[in-house]
Ligand binder design. Structure first.
Ligand SMILES: C[S@@+](CC[C@H](N)C(=O)[O-])C[C@H]1O[C@@H](n2cnc3c(N)ncnc32)[C@H](O)[C@@H]1O
Length: 325
């Protein structure tokens, strides 16, 4: 075979081989293109699915928001409103023993629900976390008396007292609430509530108690500062089973409330300090830890969250003065 012809044949074979390679490449690209198309279609389907799920979720959320009047709550209420399992465990395992009461996770959830419902139905707000509010109510329910008298210093909108009444009125032969608060502004005359911008006044307090089904004869309003002699005189006319100190949180004010109103609490009655151990109000813890814990008039029942609970063991004015001066 002449050299020329041999070269031509080799070239034809080479071209043929390249053609086959090209065909394989094209076929591979086609397969990959198909794979890509399937992938795009899968992504589109998934995208549609996610868009649909998102729409469904939005619809459900809207429906829930329309059904629940409390859906705007978290936008202004800073205090926790969900009683968690951890809260229930502490209440069930520690406080039920300390207070000698029986609770279950369901009864606690119901109590928390009632408190939230009362807050939602009333004006203003409850200035406490749900776990602290539940604990306060349980302390009141633990009183070993047929009749229950509760005295609160610093009442704001009255939701905390309303919650105590709501839970205890069917457990005691009578319940009487006494509220000491100027009911004229948030801590200062004319100042509206810092979170809700609601007015803090007597009509709103009364309407909240009426909403909670508290008859007028079941509560007494002492409309002045706890430091006023007239307030101390009025409150100490009766003995109370529970005293809640939740007014002015400065050291001197908490001290004066403890000293002045201790005589208004009967033996074995409870004294509850709110906002114990919170960075915003260090004076409460300081007074409680340095003075109240050492007082021979009271004994510590327990401390949880923002609440410290004591029980009056002995009534002696002399001891009170010497331990608190
Ligand atoms: C933290 S809020 C009370 C919250 C309320 N106990 C609750 O659970 O929703 C404090 C209230 O105490 C009032 N207050 C402040 N100093 C007081 C005092 N020395 N005597 C009585 N009330 C006082 C304030 O005006 C305010 O209404």
């Amino acid at each position: 075979m002449p050299e020329q012809e041999k070269k031509q044949k080799q070239l034809v074979l080479k071209v043929e081989a390249q053609k086959q390679q090209l065909e394989r490449l094209v076929s591979k690209i086609e397969t990959q293109g198909q794979q890509l198309e399937r992938l795009v279609s899968k992504i589109e389907t998934q995208g549609q699915y996610y868009r649909h799920s998102h729409e469904l979720f939005d619809q459900k959320l809207d429906k829930l928001a329309r059904l629940a009047s409390v859906s705007n709550f978290s936008n202004y209420q800073l205090f926790n409103r969900r009683l968690t399992k951890a809260h229930c465990d502490i209440l069930e395992q520690e406080w039920s023993r300390k207070l000698g009461i029986k609770v279950t996770p369901r009864s606690l959830a119901y109590l928390a629900h009632r408190i939230c419902t009362l807050e939602s139905a009333g004006k203003g707000r409850l200035a406490a976390t749900i776990e602290d509010a539940v604990l306060r109510v349980l302390v009141a329910s633990a009183v070993k008396n047929k009749k229950l008298r509760v005295l609160e210093i610093g009442t704001l909108f009255g939701v905390g007292l309303a919650a105590i009444y709501d839970h205890t009125s069917s457990r005691f032969s009578s319940v009487h609430l006494t509220a000491i608060d100027p009911f004229d502004g948030y801590y200062r005359e004319g100042i509206r509530d810092i979170l809700t911008d609601e007015a803090v006044n007597e009509p709103i307090f009364r309407s909240n108690l009426a909403m909670a089904g508290v008859p007028e004869q079941d509560y007494t309003l002492i409309k002045s500062m706890s430091t006023e002699n007239s307030s101390i005189e009025s409150a100490t006319k009766s003995l109370h089973d529970v005293l809640i100190i939740d007014g002015d949180h400065s050291y001197s004010a908490v001290k004066s409330d403890f000293v002045n109103y201790l005589p208004a609490v009967r033996e074995e009655g409870y004294i509850i300090f709110d906002d114990y151990d919170v960075p915003e109000w260090p004076d409460v813890k300081e007074f409680v830890d340095t003075i109240v814990r050492d007082s021979s008039d009271v004994t510590l029942v327990g401390v949880s969250w923002r609440t410290a609970v004591f029980q009056v063991v002995q009534k002696s004015e002399e001891t009170t003065n010497s331990s608190t001066n």
